[in-house]
Every structure is written in C-alpha cells, then in structure tokens.
Design a protein around this ligand. Structure first.
Ligand code: ADP
Ligand code: ZN
Ligand code: ZN
Length: 661
C-alpha cells in the first residue's frame, strides 16, 4: 500500500501488483486518479496499512520513469516544517521542471542537448595557485577528505581568486566520485562563473537556469538525475538539484538577498544548503567579499585578503551631498568627464529606493499613488503613464491634480531612465555611450537582454554603465576605472536591521568592479557621510564593520543572536486585519510562554504594526524574536491555524515568513 501525497495531499493509494517489489519508492512519481482527473503524485512513504478501507483505495495508473530522489522528499518535509508551509508546496520545489505540464497530456518535444553558453574548448589547465589560495584550498581538501558535513566561509576581497578555489574544490569532490552544486545569485548577472565551470569541467556541468525553455530545463535536470552531469550551476532553486552522492555545495556571494525565496514556502537557500549538506555529509563553502554577520559569527572562516593580480583596491572618496542642488556632485561630473576624455569606462550605481520618479501637486502637495497599494506611482520617461511597481497598476500621466485641480505637477527623483537621459545629454557626444541596466530586464520573457547589455558594455571601447544594485554584482570588466554610488544612504533610511549591512555591501561590491585592470577610484555621494557603514566601506575595512555590526546586533537581540519571524495578516478592511493580528498575537504569547526558559532570551512578540496597503489589502505585521527557531515557527503556525479557523476572521489571509530578509 502506498501513501502518496499528491501536489495536494496526503492521500493513500493501493499499489498494484506490477508496481510492487521495489519499483516504487519514496520520491517515485505516479499518475493517480483524483476525482475525475489524473494528477501527478509523489510518493512520500510506503505503508503496510491505511486508515482508508482497502476497498475504497484507488490504484495509481502508472509510474513515471524518473522520480525525485528520496533525500529530496525528506528535504521538502524539513522545509515544510521549518518555513511553516505545507508538504505539497514544499514538494513542488523538488519536482522535475515542468512535471505538471508533462502530465497534462502534451507530449514532450524532443530536446536538443543544451549548448554550453558558447564557451569554446574545454581548458583543463588551471593557473598555479597563489600562496594564499594554496593555504585555503589545503584546508578545504582536508574537509573534503573527511567526507563529513562541514561549513566554511571564504571571505576574500573582490578579485582575490575565490572562483579558482571553487573550481579546485569541485575538482577534488569529483575525483572522490561525488557531485557538486554551485549556487550563484542570478545567472544573467553572473555568466562568467558559469562559463568558467563549463570550461573547466565540460559536459559534466549542467546549468539550471530560469531562462531556459521548459524542455531544456528538464533535459538538464534529467542529465543530473541520471548522473550524466555531476556539477550543477544555478540560482537558489538549484539547491534542489537532483545531484546524487553530493560532496560539495558552493554558495557564491553568500550575502546576496536573492537567496531568499519570496513565494510560499519562503525558504532561504542558504539555510536549505546547510541542511542539505548536513544530510549528505557534504562540505558547504560560502564565499563573499562582504559576508553576512550571521555567517562570520557561526562559520569557520578562511581569508583571501588581497587581489590575485596584486592590485590595490580602488580609492574610495565620500562626497557630502548636503547642500548640493544638482544630482551629480561637481567632482563626480568632473571624474566622468575625465573618463570620457581618456576613453575609459565607468559604472554609476543608483540606490534605487532613493531614486524613483514620482509626481506631486505643486499646490496641495498630493502625491500620485497607487489606488491598490499605498505607494507612489512611478513615471517611466517617455511612457506617458504612471505605474505601480508592486501590483503593475497603470494609468495615464495626469495633467491636473484630482484634489485641487491645479495644473502644476512636479516630478521628483531621478530614476535610472532620467539619469541616463541626463548623462546622455551631458556626456554623450556620440563617442561616450550610456548603457542602462534596468531591473525590468531581469526575468524578461524572451532573449537575454541583461547578458546582451553587459556584453555590449564589456566589448565597447568606452562608455558608462548605469543601473541599480545589479551593476555591482559579480561582473568582471577589466577596463572600468571609475565607480560612482549615488544616494548611498538611501538603503540606510529604511527601517530594516539589515540596512547597515546592505549599504556596506553595496559600496564594497561596486568598489570590487573597479580597477581590475588598471588603477581605479570610487566616488560615494551621500547625505550621511558619517554613517558607520559608509565610513568602513570607504576604508575597505570589513573587519571593523563586521565587529561593530555584530556588537550592535548583540545589543539589540537581532540575528545571529536571535531568529526573527514575521506574521502578516491582510484583509480588505483595516479593522479586520488589525483584529486578526491582535488575535494571533494573543495566541502567540500564550503559546510561547514558558518556551526558552531563560528570561534573558525569552521570545518577544512585537506589533501589530501597519504595513502599506498592497493590492487592495490592508496589512498588519507581527514580529517574533526568539532564540530558538523551531518552537517559534511551530507556535506561529499554531497561532495562525487557531485564528484562521474561526468565523470571526473569515476573509483574512496570513503569511508567516521565517528569517525575513
Ligand atoms: P573572485 O571570485 O574572488 O572575485 P576570481 O576568481 O574571479 O576572483 O579571480 C580574479 C581573476 O584572477 C580571474 O580573472 C582569475 O582567472 C584570475 N586568477 C585567479 N586565481 C589565479 C591564479 N592563481 N593565478 C593567476 N590568475 C588567477
Ligand atoms: Zn493639488
Ligand atoms: Zn499597486
């Protein structure tokens, strides 16, 4: 008898004779009758008996040839518990790509094997390691030789040769006959690391890439599942790659917020990687130039303090923007002009949150905001309309105020488009092109606009690349000599305990893009020139920053000294959201009482506090701070179930976010 939990579930099915005897195991995928339809089920357990009478049990119709590895089913169960989700939702993370679609009767097209990003010939000859790299690799090889679950943080400045270490460690794991997963923040932004793995290891590398067509993704998944490919490179979802006998997980740019998944389950690939490595007895190697305070506190650290080519990190100069009225500081304008006349390259980073374009009425001050979400509508240049970045609402750009009928509408901020326009007008005399990298380009449905744009900038003789956070990530353009951060403190103005960490990383990462082939410098425009994160970043002092940040977090009881959990209650009317949040809070406090014994670390429930309205839903948030994660997650899940189950709170929806970002 088989207890199979389908995409919903759990449901019991009776295994027919021909599927018994080992053909079906945990992870097998079965087509089962479900009501009047056929659905795909994943076997989560085999049992000798069922609470359902045998006569009533239906039999699966057939088994798919390739199921999910049993260990991934167990990992999904762990995720469901850890992130307050359901087993069926968690299982959907580990299913082969397009599983549901293939069931729906459409024949799978024959798929050509993926061309490996046109990297050309495989070159198995790595450079000789530097002394520093040698020392790091040596300790990693000792870890791998033990074949036990281990974690290590590789804290190396940008350009210090971390990727070379990943490649060597991967080679060692492969020699041991074990598989490797390499996680990167966003493939479109990090084609170089994929290229380097493919170049070193050839066809044994599979790429699980969100831009692949479904058939291609499945083909790559299958190569991994069948052991034909032994190395998987991909973004956070690749932590679920079906790599057997896993020996190593590399997690590059471990500070990157994209490792947190914002759908349900709200998993964090960094924590899932810890769990998976633990279960597989694998080494987890986290790498970053700006590691999270959490990792520095918890994980054994190896350092690469200097760049491979011996070049110094670029000079960083902080420019005080208080009292400046133009968007560009005079020194920034001058530096850009210098780069132009030297026919060099520059990168300009806009801290997006401070630079959105919005409209307000000059007479009454009204700001045009989204009718469904309490946020300002953003005005793309030349679009003739205003749009909401949260829900996609669009309306024509107004020419008079609805409140006071004034005809005078003011534009604020300078989004990337407007900056591109300004820079183009000021600098582009035809010979200094402006390349704009836009958030909308990531995840665009067709083509590879981000890759294309980065390639054009890389190949251009001269020019300036502008964009938000994305321009600071991972690229390697040897001829960039100037980096500019505009409105560096915009991230600091957010009520988020990670604000300092984010601001520091932003500046340090941009500095990492600059001066890789020649001397470079970085200008940081800010109205908070004394901010700790900015001062330390300007000195390239990550130790000083981390020490101060850990101290601050210890004092305030933030992670890594506690775990946070967010419960959001949303409803059509504010009083309903408020009432539900208060009820959840009461249950939570009762449930958490007595947990964590020690009064110093007793869980705290904060809120309810109002969040801005989103998609016509009024929202209230509770924050739980607790020393132990599991009991807090269980209490939150229980409290939500108790409240959601009552009539009083019908129509309210709840979401629980463990370790919110
Ligand atoms: P990181 O990942 O730390 O930013 P990379 O691994 O990209 O640094 O290294 C920066 C550059 O130095 C790359 O072009 C890489 O090929 C090169 N490199 C790395 N290690 C060595 C080495 N031991 N000898 C020569 N070049 C190296
Ligand atoms: Zn008005
Ligand atoms: Zn909206």
């Amino acid at each position: 008898m088989t207890s199979a939990r389908a995409l919903r579930g759990p449901f019991d099915y009776l295994l027919p004779e021909e599927l018994r005897g080992g053909a079906v195991e945990v992870g097998s995928m079965l087509v089962v009758p479900f009501g009047r339809r056929e659905v795909l089920g994943v076997v989560v357990g085999l049992a000798d008996s069922s609470e359902v009478a045998e006569k009533k049990l239906l039999a699966p119709l057939r088994a798919l040839e390739l199921g999910v590895p049993g260990e991934l089913v167990e990992l999904a169960e762990w995720i469901a518990a850890e992130y307050c989700s359901t087993i069926s939702r968690a299982l959907s993370l580990v299913l082969p790509p397009g599983a549901a679609r293939r069931l729906s009767g459409r024949r799978r097209r024959a798929v050509a094997p993926l061309e490996h990003l046109g990297v050309g010939a495989r070159s198995p000859h790595p450079p000789a390691l530097t002394v520093e790299q040698e020392a790091v690799l040596c300790s990693l090889e000792a870890d791998l030789a033990e074949r036990r679950a281990r974690r290590r943080l590789l804290h190396g400045v940008t350009g210090s040769g971390k990727t070379e270490i990943y490649l060597r460690a991967a080679a060692t794991a492969l020699e041991q006959g074990r598989g490797v997963i390499v996680l990167v923040p966003e493939i479109a932004l990090t084609p170089q690391i994929v290229g380097r793995f493919a170049e070193r290891f050839g066809d044994t590398v599979a790429v699980l890439h969100s831009r692949l067509r479904p058939g291609e993704r499945y083909a790559e998944w299958r190569r991994l599942r069948e052991g034909e490919a032994r190395v998987c490179v991909g973004p956070r979802s690749a932590v679920f790659a079906p790599v057997g006998d896993l020996g190593l997980i590399v997690l590059d740019e471990e500070h990157d917020a994209s490792y947190k998944h914002e759908g349900d389950p709200r998993y964090d690939a960094r924590d899932v990687a810890v769990e998976r490595a633990c279960r597989a007895g694998a080494l987890l190697l986290l790498g970053s130039a700006t590691p999270r305070p959490e990792s520095v506190e918890r994980v054994a650290r190896s350092r690469l303090p200097s760049r491979v080519d011996g070049r110094p990190l670029p000079d960083v100069r902080v420019l005080d923007m208080r009292g400046e009225c133009s968007g560009l500081h005079p020194l920034t304008a001058e530096a850009l002009a210098d780069v132009r006349s030297a026919r060099g390259k520059a990168i300009v980073l806009l801290n997006r949150r401070g630079w959105s374009n919005f409209l307000s009425c000059r007479s009454c001050g009204q700001v045009w905001s989204c009718p469904h979400c309490d946020v300002a509508l953003v005005l793309p240049r030349g679009g003739g309309y205003v749009a909401c970045h949260h829900c996609g609402h669009r309306e024509p750009a107004p020419n008079r105020c609805g409140g006071c009928s004034s005809m005078s509408v003011a534009r604020h901020g300078a989004g990337t488009e407007r900056l591109q326009h300004e820079l183009t007008t000021v600098f582009d005399d035809g010979g200094f092109p402006v390349f704009r990298l836009d958030a909308d380009m990531v995840g665009a449905p067709d083509g590879d606009p981000v890759g294309g744009l980065l390639r054009s900038f890389g190949e251009a003789e001269t020019g300036v690349l502008i964009g938000t956070q994305m321009v600071a990530k991972g690229h390697d353009f040897p001829d960039v000599t100037l980096g500019v951060v505009l409105d560096a403190d915009a991230t600091l103005r957010f009520p988020d305990f990670r604000a300092e960490e984010r601001t520091f990383a932003l500046i340090a990462q941009l500095a990492g893009r600059v001066g890789r082939g020649a001397d470079g410098r970085v200008l940081v425009q800010t109205i908070a020139p004394q901010a700790r994160s900015i001062v330390h970043a300007a000195r390239h002092d990550s130790d000083g920053f981390l020490a101060g940040e850990l101290e601050r977090r210890r004092m305030l009881g933030y992670p890594p000294f506690s775990h946070l959990l967010r419960v959001v209650c949303s409803a059509a009317e504010p009083h309903r959201a408020q009432a539900a949040a208060s009820a959840v809070r009461d249950h939570l406090e009762a449930l958490l009482q007595g947990a964590d014994g020690d009064p110093g670390v007793r869980p705290v429930v904060l809120g309810p506090a109002a969040l801005f309205r989103l998609r016509d839903r009024e929202r209230r948030v509770l924050v739980v701070k607790a020393a132990e994660r599991r009991p807090a997650v269980q209490a939150a899940g229980e409290a939500v179930r108790l409240v959601a189950g009552t009539r009083d709170h019908a129509g309210v929806s709840f979401s629980v976010d463990v370790d919110p970002q």
